[in-house]
Write a protein that binds this ligand. Structure first.
Ligand code: ADP
Ligand code: MG
Length: 261
C-alpha cells in the first residue's frame, strides 16, 4: 500500500478514535521522530502524553465555561501581602481541591473590596483545574432562580441543578436581607448539599448578623450549623483594595472630606 494511503488511513483512524490532537499534529510528530529517532516505546509515550495534555486542557476550558465565573481572577494575581491576616497557606491548601473530597465548606467574611470575590473565583478555578465541577453564582441570582423554580412547580430540578456541582460558589450573601421564602429555599439547598458537596460562600455580614440576613434566628442558626460543621472560615479584613488602588493613583475620592491646610 502506498505511504499516502497509509497516512490517510492513520489520520482517519485517529479521528474516529477521537484522538484529534494526534491527527492534527501527525506530520509534525512524524517529522520530529525522524529527526530525534526515539525508541518505539518513547515514540508511543510522546504521542499519548500529547493527547492526554490536550484533553486535560480542553476539560479545564470546558469546566471553566460551565462554572460561569464573572471574571478572570487567579491566586497568582492575588496580593497576599496586602492581606497579612489571611491564612495564605490554608488558601493554597484549598486550591489543591482536597477539601472537595470530604465535602468541606469555605466561608469568607469581610467588608467590601477586600478580595472575597477574587478569592472565590480564583479558588473556583483551581478546583476546576483539580478536576471537579464548579458553579459560581451570587446569592441574589441563586435565590431568584430558586424562587422562580418554586413558582413554576419545578423546584426539584432547580435544586438538582444547584445540588450537583462538587463546589457551589455563592458570592455576596447578606448584601440584601432575604424574604422568608428565600431563607427557606437557601436552608433547603444547604441541607441538600450538607456532607455531600462543598460550598464556598462570601459574605459581608458576620455570623452574629445572619439572623437579620435571613430574617429569622432559627433558620440562620440551622443554616450556619450545617455550613460550619465541616468548614474553613476566613476573616478578610483591612481596607478596600479598590480604594487603595485609587489612592495610589493619586485620586481623591468624591466622598473624602476636603483636606485641611
Ligand atoms: P470583595 O468581593 O471583597 O468586595 P473583590 O474581590 O471584588 O472584593 O476585590 C475588589 C477588586 O480588588 C477586584 O478587582 C480584586 O481583583 C482586587 N483585589 C482585592 N484584593 C486584592 C489583593 N489582595 N490582591 C490583588 N487584587 C485584589
Ligand atoms: Mg465581592
Amino acid at each position: 500500500m502506498s505511504a499516502e494511503l497509509v497516512h490517510a488511513r492513520v489520520v482517519d483512524h485517529l479521528k474516529r478514535l477521537r484522538l484529534g490532537t494526534l491527527a492534527d499534529r501527525l506530520d509534525a510528530t512524524l517529522g520530529e521522530a525522524a529527526r530525534v529517532q526515539p525508541t518505539y516505546i518513547d515514540f508511543l509515550d510522546q504521542l499519548l502524553r500529547d493527547e492526554m495534555a490536550a484533553k486535560q486542557r480542553r476539560r479545564i476550558e470546558m469546566g471553566i465555561q460551565i462554572a460561569h465565573f464573572p471574571s478572570v481572577k487567579t491566586l497568582e494575581d492575588f496580593d497576599f501581602k496586602f492581606q497579612p491576616s489571611l491564612d495564605a497557606k490554608l488558601v493554597r491548601e484549598l486550591a489543591t481541591g482536597r477539601f472537595i473530597a470530604s465535602a468541606e465548606n469555605a466561608l469568607f467574611f469581610g467588608p467590601p473590596g477586600v478580595g472575597k470575590t477574587h478569592l472565590a473565583i480564583a479558588l473556583g478555578r483551581a478546583v476546576v483545574e483539580a478536576g471537579h465541577t464548579v458553579l459560581f453564582t451570587t446569592a441574589t441570582a441563586l435565590l431568584a432562580d430558586l424562587v422562580d423554580g418554586q413558582s413554576k412547580g419545578i423546584l426539584a430540578s432547580r435544586m438538582f441543578f444547584y445540588g450537583k456541582p462538587k463546589l457551589l460558589v455563592v458570592d455576596e450573601l447578606g448584601y440584601m436581607p432575604l424574604e422568608r421564602q428565600s431563607a427557606h429555599l437557601f436552608f433547603q439547598l444547604v441541607s441538600h448539599r450538607y456532607e455531600k458537596a462543598s460550598m464556598l460562600i462570601t459574605t459581608n455580614q458576620s455570623v452574629t448578623q445572619w439572623g437579620q440576613v435571613f430574617g429569622d434566628d432559627v433558620i440562620a442558626a440551622a443554616i450556619l450549623d450545617r455550613l460550619l460543621h465541616h468548614s474553613h472560615t476566613f476573616m478578610v479584613q483591612g481596607e478596600s483594595y479598590r480604594l487603595r488602588q485609587k489612592r495610589k493613583a493619586g485620586l481623591r475620592l468624591h466622598s473624602a472630606p476636603p483636606l485641611e491646610s
